[in-house]
Design a protein around this ligand. Structure first.
Ligand SMILES: NC(=O)c1ccc[n+]([C@@H]2O[C@H](COP(=O)([O-])OP(=O)(O)OC[C@H]3O[C@@H](n4cnc5c(N)ncnc54)[C@H](OP(=O)(O)O)[C@@H]3O)[C@@H](O)[C@H]2O)c1
Length: 244
């Protein structure tokens, strides 16, 4: 019997870790929707994948911070009669810095949350009906060490406290959502985890990260392809379980 095509969506898939993740899922035989908020950047990314021999990639225009764009993207998949097997909630921004916990402008906090938290939640909610049609749905919420309260508790870094409050707390909120969604879905075949790709050389870090996007993507793909005995409602990184 012909095996059913596995379908994945990677938000923010036009560059960085998202692009590398899309490529690795294509290598594993998935059909991949490369999510991009900018149509031209998304098309260019799909063309790069096609030129490298990955033909089962398609652009899905999706601005995660715009509910109309999110709904239209879900409808586009649904109209083809397709389901989703894997959702990688990867799109995120760092936001304007510094982000002092003492004096951060609330408008910066709101704009970071619009993408990193509200965006992630609204994409997940819109895609859930498509994921529920899969026999083995997997959601990876891309988080960060900076979202770990255990990390901040131990490190007490003044740099992160003064520069990255909005970004860090948005990822803490993502972690909380991962746990609550996984708990709500525990009687289902869903596996829903937060995963940090680690410090990576991308535009987000001005290419200062210590690993490549391909190395980072391997960690995300591992948790996007868990088997039925795999964990759910947990937070992972390259070293395994992370402190919340
Ligand atoms: N790099 C690191 O060291 C590191 C460490 C830990 C966690 N992470 C996480 O890893 C993920 C990927 O980061 P990266 O380093 O690859 O960043 P990146 O190179 O800046 O890529 C971010 C991607 O998200 C997209 N994006 C931003 N806002 C969006 C929106 N409203 N709607 C749709 N797409 C949007 C960007 O699209 P445009 O091209 O249109 O801007 C881009 O495709 C993020 O969740 C990040 O927080 C990264």
């Amino acid at each position: 019997m012909k095996e059913k095509l596995q379908i994945a969506l990677v938000t923010g898939g036009n560059k960085g870790i998202g692009f590398a993740t899309a490529k690795q899922l294509l290598e594993l035989g998935y059909f991949v929707y490369v999510g991009a908020r900018d149509e031209n950047k998304g098309l260019e990314a799909v063309q790069r994948l096609n030129a490298a021999g990955y033909k089962k990639a398609a652009l899905l225009v999706i601005d995660v911070a715009d509910i109309n764009s999110v709904k239209a993207a879900a409808e586009q998949i649904s109209a083809k009669g397709e389901n989703l097997d894997v959702l990688i909630n990867n799109a995120a921004i760092g936001g304007r810095q510094p982000q002092s916990a003492i004096s951060l402008d609330i408008s910066v906090l709101r704009s970071v949350y619009d993408t990193n938290f509200f965006g992630l939640v609204q994409v997940t909610q819109a895609m859930l009906p498509l994921l529920q049609k899969s026999a083995a749905p997997r959601i990876v919420n891309v988080s960060s060490e900076l979202g770990s309260l255990g990390y901040h508790y131990r490190d007490k870094s003044e740099y992160f406290a003064s520069n990255l409050m909005a970004y860090s707390t948005s990822k803490t909120a993502v972690n909380a959502y991962t746990l609550m969604l996984a708990n709500a879905m525990q009687q289902t075949p869903f596996k829903i985890n937060s995963v940090t790709p680690g410090y990576t050389a991308t535009d987000l870090t001005d290419h200062t990260g210590s690993q490549t996007p391909d190395e980072a993507a391997k960690i995300l793909v591992k948790y996007a392809t868990l088997d039925e005995d795999g964990p759910s409602g947990k937070f992972f990184g390259s070293i395994g379980r992370m402190f919340w």
